[in-house]
Design a protein around this ligand. Structure first.
Ligand code: GDP
Length: 480
């Protein structure tokens, strides 16, 4: 079976099935289709012509075509900085701790300066980098994970020493565990009179978060975000935990990773902060992020500086996308800008179709109901048949039918199986698909189910006429 990319040109198709381009053009012509070498073929034509020529083919969508599995050899993998998310119960000091960490990191770091809010920050301690995701809280983390984005290596669980384990503390532990991410506990607010760090340790044992000194696997640090106490200890502990994880990535590849924040900036257009997981991102790179694509016009680091490159575990703002992606979207650089565009546009199309999903499309079963309600005056049909004769016969029969209440329109008819293109067209024009001695090909059946497009299959004309007539007067038996 030869895989043909969706929308392949005539010459590409010929090349892939090792046929003479002229032969393909001739077959197309015999199907009533006049195409030139560079024109792209519909799924249906690809399948029809291939079938005609006795070749087995499968039309692959851009999503399948560009699916990748990254293979990095051991030599390619270089140590990379850890990515950390801060979680914990409300008011236990997540925001204060992130502020304290940034101050400490900036004071130690080379450039200093004002930190921009890009959704992530980078601090350095002992010359090593730690990346923090700035959105504390569980929702952002879970939402990203739900989209398949695993961006965090370590979770810092903030527990206030005067308050102890609270519902969201437990929730955070569960999220961390579900994601398989190790927990470093920051026992915060130790400056407060009522602080009791040991009670926090004891309470956490019931949730299987056990300090190393008690024989467990969790590192604990006592801090005060407010008084800036032991913040470097916490950072060093994070690095120790990172060392245990032996985090590595291949920096010498086309970049890929996840969007962690995105918005539409008045002056700069769509802006997305991405976290790079593999490879190195540079201005000029073409990339796809969810349904957005574009060429990187500029890269901005968390300090607001324009940079020439960003590598594994670096958060960076991207300018130059055509639209705003969603946090949790995967991004990927493509060698060829056209491929990036193709994949993004395909995804955008699927998304639009899925959005229409909510409103169920026309079906024969509810035709009568819609007529009664005065909503339906047209019945749109897409007719596919094994021979042209069936299509003509049906058309003639419709012309003789009483169309005073419902007008029957054949929006598209062709010889051949029911393809994904037919389903897309049916969804767009609220049509029913009728097939004579043909079946849905490939994934079109699944797609029709998803988009709630009614497909009716018949062997003979009169069955179809009977059913349509019955449906018009509300007599269609529900078991058909
Ligand atoms: P979040 O809801 O977890 O982000 O918590 P915040 O960072 O907003 O802190 C909640 C409150 O606790 C604020 O009034 C902080 O000033 C206070 N707070 C945070 N850390 C400390 C600390 O180490 N010591 C004391 N005394 N107060 C703190």
């Amino acid at each position: 079976v030869v895989e043909i990319p969706q929308g392949a040109s005539v010459s590409k198709f010929a090349e892939l099935i090792s046929a003479q381009p002229n032969e393909v053009i001739k077959r197309l012509f015999m199907l009533g289709q006049v195409l030139t070498l560079t024109q792209s073929m519909s799924d249906e034509l690809i399948e029809l012509v291939a079938d005609d020529m006795g070749r087995k083919v499968r039309v692959v969508s851009p999503e399948e075509e560009f699916a990748v599995v990254y293979h990095d050899s051991d030599d390619d993998l270089k140590p990379r900085p850890p990515v950390v998310t801060v979680m914990g119960h409300v008011d236990h000091g997540k925001t204060s701790l992130l502020d304290a960490i940034r101050d400490t990191g900036v004071a130690q770091g080379e450039a200093g300066g004002i930190t921009q809010h890009i959704g992530a920050s980078v601090v350095s301690i002992d010359g090593r980098q730690i990346t923090f995701i700035d959105t504390p809280g569980h929702e952002a983390f879970t939402a990203m994970r739900a989209r398949g984005a695993q961006v965090t290596d370590i979770i810092v669980l903030v527990v206030a020493a005067d308050d102890g384990v609270m519902p969201q503390t437990i929730e955070a532990i569960n999220h961390a565990r579900a994601a398989g991410v190790p927990i470093v506990v920051a026992v915060n607010k130790i400056d407060k009179p009522g602080a009791n760090p040991d009670r926090v340790r004891q309470e956490l044992v019931s949730y299987e978060v056990v300090p190393e000194e008690w024989g467990g696997t969790n590192m604990f640090v006592e801090v005060s975000a407010k008084k800036r106490l032991h913040i470097d200890d916490l950072l060093e502990t994070i690095l120790l935990q990172a060392d245990v994880l032996e985090l590595r990535a291949n920096p010498d590849a086309l970049a890929s990773g996840f969007v962690i924040e995105a918005n539409l900036d008045k002056g700069r257009g769509p802006v997305a902060t991405v976290l790079i997981q593999r490879g190195t991102l540079k201005p000029g790179d073409s990339l796809v992020a969810g349904t957005s694509y574009g060429r990187v016009r500029a890269l901005v680091d968390p300090r607001g500086t324009h940079v020439d490159a960003a590598g594994p575990a670096d958060p960076v703002e991207i300018l130059g996308l055509n639209s705003v992606p969603v946090a949790g979207d995967e991004f990927r650089v493509f060698e060829d800008e056209r491929d990036a565009r193709k994949l993004a546009e395909e995804r955008a199309l699927r998304e639009r179709l899925a959005a229409q999903d909510a409103k169920s499309h026309m079906s024969l079963d509810d035709l009568f109901g819609r007529i009664e309600e005065g909503k339906q005056t047209d019945l749109n049909l897409i007719v596919k048949a094994d021979v042209q004769g069936s299509i003509e016969a049906l058309r003639d029969a419709f012309e003789k039918m009483d169309q005073s209440e419902v007008r029957i329109n054949i929006v598209h008819s062709a010889v051949g199986g029911i393809t994904e293109t037919d389903v897309t067209l049916a969804a767009a024009s609220d049509a029913i698909i009728i097939g004579f001695n043909v079946r849905p090909t490939g994934k079109s059946k699944q797609q029709a189910e998803k988009e709630k497009v009614d497909i009716r299959l018949y062997r003979v004309i009169y069955q179809a006429l009977e059913e349509i007539n019955a449906a018009r007067v509300g007599l269609l038996s529900p078991d058909i």
